[in-house]
Write a protein that binds this ligand. Structure first.
Ligand code: CAA
Length: 291
């Protein structure tokens, strides 16, 4: 089946990035959210990111206008009925995702491929509650979506080969690289990245280093573009904690226990950049370490 129209559910950080890269690759995009404000904000983010690409000579003004004209926003999930592929990038809560799939299914064509951008929820379990487990898989982008080269493709136990191949072709058309992961907790990237971030928080908790020394150590000592605590703030501390809990519960190994200090930051509502406070305080001109 030729994929030309892509439905994107959720206009947040990940959803707007996905809409951006799909439209830039000449796919027609239907982006939906429950909030008009979120849709408007997403369109202005996409416009800002495309304008920056024009300013840096990466794409032409014409390509930017073409991409923008390919994105349609809607508050109605049922408007995604004409999509050939749907990528769900809503809140990272299983009950929310499940309810969305239930509402969406009756409007979809039988051949439409359904995917989730989940960073850690079981693809097999999500798939089993839909009417098309063989046409369901994980389509996991990294943040920031327009910049990061990788897409993790995760097959559930029932995912068929045609579905996997179709998704693989989409990844190639948007100029990114697909990495295949089996459906086990947190897949590949987060299985490795989150324990590293969690260990950085333990290093802080135990007083081995402070925020600045830990981040500098990994940036300069391991050539990471961001230190682990800066990266945790960028991802969102609530997301980091949720993924650690998925690893801890799903693999039942104490080596994945979330650091109590990470839990404390989340309980305080210090979730990182999105709340302007996490391991750094972003309310001033430059980020200030909180420890
Ligand atoms: N949206 C779109 N474009 C962005 C952007 C954003 N939020 N942030 C930066 N960019 C673009 C810039 O426009 C710039 O583009 P050009 O190359 O065309 O000039 C490019 O990215 C580099 O940006 P900067 O020079 O401003 O900044 P930088 O060199 O410090 O790079 C970064 C910024 C790319 C974010 C870099 O710090 C980095 O790679 N950080 C690590 C990010 C990472 O690890 N992401 C994965 C998180 S894990 C995940 O996403 C999985 C999950 O499920 C949790």
């Amino acid at each position: 089946m030729a994929i030309e129209t892509i439905g994107v559910i959720g206009a947040g950080q990940m959803g707007n990035g996905i809409a951006h890269v799909m439209a830039a690759a000449d796919y027609n995009v239907l982006m939906t959210d429950i909030s008009q404000e979120a849709l408007d904000k997403a369109m202005s983010t996409i416009q800002g990111n495309l304008s920056r690409q024009v300013a840096r000579g990466k794409i032409s003004e014409e390509a930017m206008q073409n991409a923008l004209s390919r994105i349609t926003t809607t508050l109605k999930l049922s408007d995604l009925g004409s999509a050939d592929l749907v990528i769900e990038a809503a809140t990272e809560r299983e009950s929310v995702k499940q309810a969305i799939f239930e509402d969406l299914q009756p409007h979809l064509k039988p051949e439409t491929i359904l995917t989730s951008n989940t960073s850690s929820i079981s693809i097999t379990r999500l798939a089993s509650r839909t009417d098309r487990p063989e046409k369901f898989m994980g389509f996991h982008f990294m943040n920031p979506v327009p910049v990061m080269q990788l897409v993790e493709l995760i097959r559930g136990i029932a995912t068929d080969e045609a579905t996997y191949k179709a998704c693989h072709e989409v990844v190639a058309r948007i100029g990114k690289t697909a990495s295949s992961a089996e459906d086990f907790p947190a897949f590949i990237v987060n299985r490795i990245l989150m324990p590293m971030i969690n260990e950085a928080v333990y290093t802080l908790y135990e007083g081995v280093g402070n925020v600045k020394s830990i981040d500098e150590a990994l940036k300069l000592g391991a050539n990471h573009p961001m230190g682990p605590l800066e990266l945790a703030d960028f991802i969102g501390l609530d997301t980091c904690l949720a993924i650690m809990n998925v690893l801890h519960d799903g693999l039942a190994d104490t080596k994945y226990r979330p650091c109590p200090l990470l839990t404390k930051y989340v309980e305080a509502g210090w979730l990182g950049r999105k709340t302007q406070r996490g391991f750094y305080d972003y309310r001033g001109e430059t980020p200030v370490p909180t420890r």
